[in-house]
Design a protein around this ligand. Structure first.
Ligand SMILES: Nc1nc2c(ncn2[C@@H]2O[C@H](COP(=O)(O)OP(=O)(O)O)[C@@H](O)[C@H]2O)c(=O)[nH]1
Ligand SMILES: [Mg+2]
Length: 338
């Protein structure tokens, strides 16, 4: 725009009076300065708004990035039914019969109030058709399916039934995903219809076991009645999850966190194996005395895999307890010395 004005001046035809010529050149100079200033101001403005957009992108969850919810828990507690309530359609198989149990991770998306929500359903623990370690391995596969990682582990518990087995299931899940997962964990009670007007908070307070678990979730819980597809309960759940995500600075659980847990469990497994080595050698010697060649080789293989499995199980289940004891000890010692 500025250069075209200059060009006009250059092509102005015929001689013109000197005062007029100097007026034009003075005017042209002022205009040039004005153009440069305006151009710089415009540039700064664009730069500022770019920075503002960048800042917004860094602080607010991108509207295209879905909220990722991973459902975990014991078989039959209502994980798939909860997934269906959130999605607003019967997409996950949910039935009383154990033949319908979710064997692998499944994922469905929906849009709630204009925002994308992904729900990942996982295989349930203590389903009689699969051993616990196999189910745990399958549940872990839900992490890559929730890539880049779930914002929340929704631990599903059936209201009125927090038995020893339920407690064990929750501990196994927590151990599988490690200490770091606790800040992304929230409890969801199903069978809200059983409350029949009773207060959910009183219900939680009345069970010491349940209360102890709720404390590990930093007191976060919500109740669903999956028999009544009331969208208000979903909105309330999302609000609670949003609060938690904000508290976590918008972060989510990641595959790297899971790998860290894996490395720690493997290290602990090798330590347990070293501890059991003497016992293993004794059993090998006994086998050698009783069996020959092929039968011995077969029995040896079975024995070794049994030791591997026992060590892995002990490392997986006992690891958080050991970690807790060590951390408490370090804390106590540091308080004593410093
Ligand atoms: N009354 C009632 N039944 C429920 C509720 N949630 C789940 N169920 C039932 O519990 C059974 C097991 O549910 P399902 O979703 O398959 O459990 P999953 O194995 O954890 O996935 C099904 O018959 C569901 O209809 C609920 O809130 N109220
Ligand atoms: Mg299911």
């Amino acid at each position: 725009m500025c250069s075209s004005f200059k060009n006009l001046e250059n092509v102005s035809p015929g001689p013109s009076p000197t005062p007029s010529k100097s007026w034009i050149s003075a005017f042209s100079k002022e205009l040039l300065v004005f153009c440069v200033v305006a151009f710089l101001a415009f540039g700064i403005q664009i730069n500022n708004s770019d920075q503002q957009i960048q800042h917004l992108n860094n602080t607010v969850q991108h509207p295209g990035d879905p909220l990722r919810i991973l459902l975990v828990g014991k078989t039959g507690v209502g994980k798939s039914a909860t997934g269906n309530t959130i999605i607003g359609q019967d997409v996950f198989k949910s039935e009383i019969s154990s033949s319908s149990v979710t064997g692998h991770c499944e994922k469905f998306h929906t849009v709630i109030n204009g925002r994308k929500v992904s729900v990942i359903d996982s295989p349930g623990l203590f389903d009689t058709s699969l051993p616990v370690h196999e189910v745990v391995n399958r549940i872990k596969l839900c992490i890559p399916l929730s890539a880049p990682g779930p914002h929340v582990f929704l631990v599903v518990i059936q209201l009125g039934r927090f038995t020893d087995e339920e407690e064990e299931a929750v501990k196994i899940i927590q151990a599988a995903f490690g200490e770091e997962s606790s800040i992304y964990t929230m409890a969801l009670f199903t069978h809200g219809d059983r409350l029949e007007g009773k207060n959910i908070h009183t219900f939680v307070r009345d069970s010491p076991k349940l209360l102890s678990f709720i404390r590990t979730c930093k007191g976060r819980y919500h109740v669903f009645n999956n028999k009544e597809k009331n969208p208000e309960q979903v909105i309330q759940l999302l609000e609670q999850i949003d609060k938690m995500v904000t508290g976590n600075g918008g972060q989510h659980y990641t595959s790297e966190m899971l790998e860290k847990v894996e490395r720690a469990i493997e290290k602990e497994k090798r330590r347990i194996l070293r501890e059991m080595e003497e016992q293993r050698q004794k059993e090998i010697a006994a086998l050698r005395e009783q069996l020959e060649d092929e039968a011995y080789e077969k029995a040896l293989q079975t024995l070794n895999s049994k030791y591997e499995q026992v060590a892995r199980y002990k490392a997986e289940i006992d690891f958080p307890a050991i970690l807790h004891v060590v951390t408490t000890l370090i804390n106590a010692l540091s308080r004593f010395f410093f």
